[in-house]
Design a protein around this ligand. Structure first.
Ligand SMILES: NC(=O)C1=CN([C@@H]2O[C@H](COP(=O)(O)OP(=O)(O)OC[C@H]3O[C@@H](n4cnc5c(N)ncnc54)[C@H](O)[C@@H]3O)[C@@H](O)[C@H]2O)C=CC1
Ligand SMILES: O=C([O-])CC(=O)C(=O)O
Length: 323
């Protein structure tokens, strides 16, 4: 049973609302239900789609052996009293586009979704997935007025999983034995921390040469685009849904996992008034704490360059509104 410390108990079972029943949203609904984590309300602007997806997922319950409720809706009232709201509503990029090219269209969608969702679930913890991720999380934070521990973006868990995958493929080891962390913005300027990447505790710098590591770092930075180019219609959704469900799980089960999460910074890493990915502990209160790593000069510089690019896009959004 989960409820925010200051909230009344609204439901007997935890409930997660997913705004946007597209590829990421519907796969996330499946992951959450099949892991038996929470009931799911799947909301989309298109009529019939969330209802059809919910029915399809319900019909699998007997086979997958879980008993979670899954509701499809176009009405925010049905998301009422959710403990977690995940925003995946918005357009994915097409080949040749950067995530930042989605700013204008997705900002309006995310701001509206955040305002509607908070009105019905005032005690919820919000996880933003829509791109460009860090700017969307910043705008959702502004739109909801939530304290920063209750609103975050998903990107670092996915980018780290990609880095771990490429290291595991290169070394021919089990992916679960590889641990790595990617900080910064969810874009070309993300900051994979090779120095902290290990295989069961052994630093990868002892297993791979510098040129190979740099190649894997570059592939990680380009990980989303690689899939967009291959698929031609939309982007990745299996790994993004897995990464988001990991965050949902750590919050609902109070696991206190230490994960890279996009959060509004208030001076940590000498960065202020920007959302960017840094290591955080995730538990019942959302972000329980921000961990400040001892970064090298070049890692710190890369993080600051990454943050500047997010700030530039926040300013771009403000000037679009004023024009
Ligand atoms: N943060 C990350 O690491 C990742 C972010 N993404 C981003 O997530 C977003 C969703 O990706 P997909 O699910 O692949 O796209 P999709 O196109 O399959 O789904 C988007 C859904 O949002 C819905 N939608 C649009 N406007 C809406 C509104 N106003 N209210 C409610 N629903 C609305 C659409 O009808 C559609 O069903 C994209 O912006 C994508 O770039 C995707 C993967 C990873
Ligand atoms: O690349 C995209 O557009 C979707 C995304 O953010 C990712 O897969 O990392």
């Amino acid at each position: 049973m989960f409820s925010s410390p200051d909230s009344p108990i609204l439901h007997c079972l935890p409930r997660v609302a997913i705004i946007g029943a597209g590829r990421v949203g519907s796969t996330l609904a499946q992951r959450i239900a099949e892991k038996n984590l929470a009931d799911v309300v799947l909301l989309d602007i298109v009529e019939g789609i969330p209802q059809g997806l919910a029915l399809d997922l319900l019909e699998a319950r007997g086979i997958e052996l879980h008993n979670r409720q899954i509701i499809g809706t176009n009405n925010y009232a049905d998301t009422s009293g959710s403990q977690i709201v995940v925003i995946t509503a918005g357009f994915p990029r097409k080949p040749g586009m950067s995530r930042d090219d989605l700013l204008r269209t997705n900002a309006k969608i995310v701001i509206e979704a955040a305002k509607q969702a908070i009105a019905y679930s005032p005690y919820a913890i919000f996880i933003v997935v829509t791109n460009p991720l860090d700017v969307m999380t910043y705008l959702a934070w502004e739109a909801t007025g939530l304290p920063r521990n209750r609103i975050m973006g998903m990107a670092g868990v996915l980018d780290s999983a990609r880095f771990e995958t490429f290291i595991a493929l290169e070394l021919g080891v089990l992916p679960a034995d590889v641990k790595a962390m990617v900080l910064g913005s969810h874009g070309d300027l993300m900051v994979p921390l090779s120095r902290y990447a290990t295989v069961n505790g052994i630093p990868i710098t002892q297993l791979l040469d510098a040129v190979t590591i740099e190649r894997l770092v570059e592939r990680t930075r380009n990980g989303g685009a690689e899939i967009v180019e291959l698929m031609q219609t939309g982007g990745a959704f299996f790994a993004p849904a897995s990464a988001t469900s990991l965050m949902v799980e750590s919050i609902l089960l109070n696991q206190s996992r230490l994960l890279p999460v996009s959060i509004y910074l208030q001076g940590e890493y000498d960065l202020k008034d920007v959302v960017i990915g840094v290591p955080c502990r995730l538990g019942l209160n959302g972000i329980e704490s921000v961990i400040e790593l001892n970064l090298s000069d070049s890692e710190r510089e890369a993080l600051h360059i990454s943050a500047k690019s997010v700030q530039k896009n926040i300013e771009r959004w403000r000037s679009l509104q004023n024009s």
